[in-house]
Design a protein around this ligand. Structure first.
Ligand code: UFG
Length: 339
């Protein structure tokens, strides 16, 4: 029998790609999603890619009764990947209460129900935002954390801290904290990808939507940073690489016997500037991208990229796909979505 893994937020952007990777690696994912930021047609799309019907529950992770019923029905779960969260930086500044309530309550409820049902293995979606603007680059997992610049980031930092406190208390839980850098790209089929509600706030969806005419032009936020070309630097990781990291992490947790918290940076180890992103996109698409330079965006750190040695050593995983491929896949997805 394949190992059953509960995937909260499994219909979302990173979640759906992880479902594909789990199936490809012989695991049996079960989705829990409230479809607050995902479309139920995701299940059909996943079937189109994998040929499989993925079991799913429409439920909110803050609903303890619903979560208990799911765990009751899925008795032999081997672990949980907890993606379900609100994730818009801008929205979190306007609605902090909603972000704290949803993100922390969902994590708390999932972690408590896991303990009730004796399921220790938990993969938690954290973010590089917990590093703030680091003094030294690249950042490794021991780089001191600094306060994030927005409530969304705070919920990730506090989520990490909660799981640490839980382990310190002796609770039977084994969390892995995955600090994502900048996930981009889409499945090569073009059937699943990033579908932000309204105007995208992230760079790559803004680029691809501009290329297909949904947006007039890209604004590059700041070209006077202290970086080689003046624009910000990020570590963009292909979402399929990120998805495969979740599989490697789960397999690691299934093998592990020691209790404790483990933390992994998930990036490529390479910094790419916003300007590089624009020119690489122009090369792969053969299109000139309309853009303008604008003022810096509040809360942006000038540069961050990951040291990914720990993930390579412990999980035997590293990102394999190039940034150009991620842009190509994101563009294919966008073209399909626009057609
Ligand atoms: N950018 C633009 N124009 C745009 C959008 C973005 O120039 O229209 C620039 C930003 O200023 C930034 C870079 O592109 O320099 C990347 O911006 P994103 O919004 O794509 O990504 P961030 O690095 O700001 O955000 C990511 C995740 C968040 C996370 C944050 C901090 O999306 O979830 O990193 O780790 F909180």
């Amino acid at each position: 029998m394949p190992n059953k893994i509960l995937v909260t937020g499994g219909a979302g952007y990173i979640g759906s790609h992880t479902i594909v990777a789990l199936l490809e690696n012989g695991l049996e994912p079960i989705i829990v999603d409230n479809f607050s930021n995902a479309n139920p047609d995701m299940l059909e799309r996943l079937k189109g890619i994998t040929g499989r019907d993925v079991k799913f529950y429409r439920a909110d992770c803050t609903d303890r009764r619903a979560m208990r019923m799911i765990f009751e029905s899925e008795k032999d779960l081997k672990g949980v990947i907890h993606f379900a969260a609100l994730k818009s930086v801008a929205e979190s500044i306007l609605q902090p209460g909603r972000y704290y309530q949803n993100n922390l309550n969902a994590l708390w409820t999932v972690a408590e129900v896991m303990q009730e049902f004796d399921i220790p293995n938990l993969v938690f979606s954290s973010s590089a935002t917990v590093y703030g603007q680091p003094v030294e680059l690249p950042v490794n997992e021991n780089t001191p954390l600094s306060p994030p610049t927005n409530p969304y980031g705070n919920t990730k930092l506090q989520g990490e801290q909660y799981l640490r406190d839980l382990v310190t208390s002796g609770a039977a839980i084994r969390p892995a904290l995955l600090r994502y850098f900048n996930p981009v790209g889409a499945h090569p089929s073009g059937l699943i990808g990033e579908a932000p509600l309204g105007a995208p706030s992230n760079l790559v969806p803004y680029i691809t939507q501009t290329a297909v005419g949904m947006r007039q032009q890209l604004t590059i936020f700041g070209n006077n940073y202290n970086t080689p070309d003046g624009t910000c630097i990020r570590d963009f990781i292909h979402v399929m690489d990120l998805a495969e990291a979740h599989v490697a992490c789960l397999q690691h947790l299934l093998r592990a016997s020691d209790p404790g918290v483990e933390t992994f940076n998930l990036g490529t180890g390479r910094g790419v500037s916003v300007w590089n992103a624009v020119t690489t996109f122009e090369e792969i698409s053969g299109k000139a991208l309309p853009y303008q330079f604008g003022p810096r965006r509040n809360g942006d750190v000038p540069a961050i990229w990951a040291n990914v040695d720990r993930a390579q050593e412990v999980l035997n995983w590293k990102a394999e796909r190039s940034f150009a491929l991620a842009l190509e896949d994101a563009y294919r997805w966008q073209l399909k979505a626009a057609s």
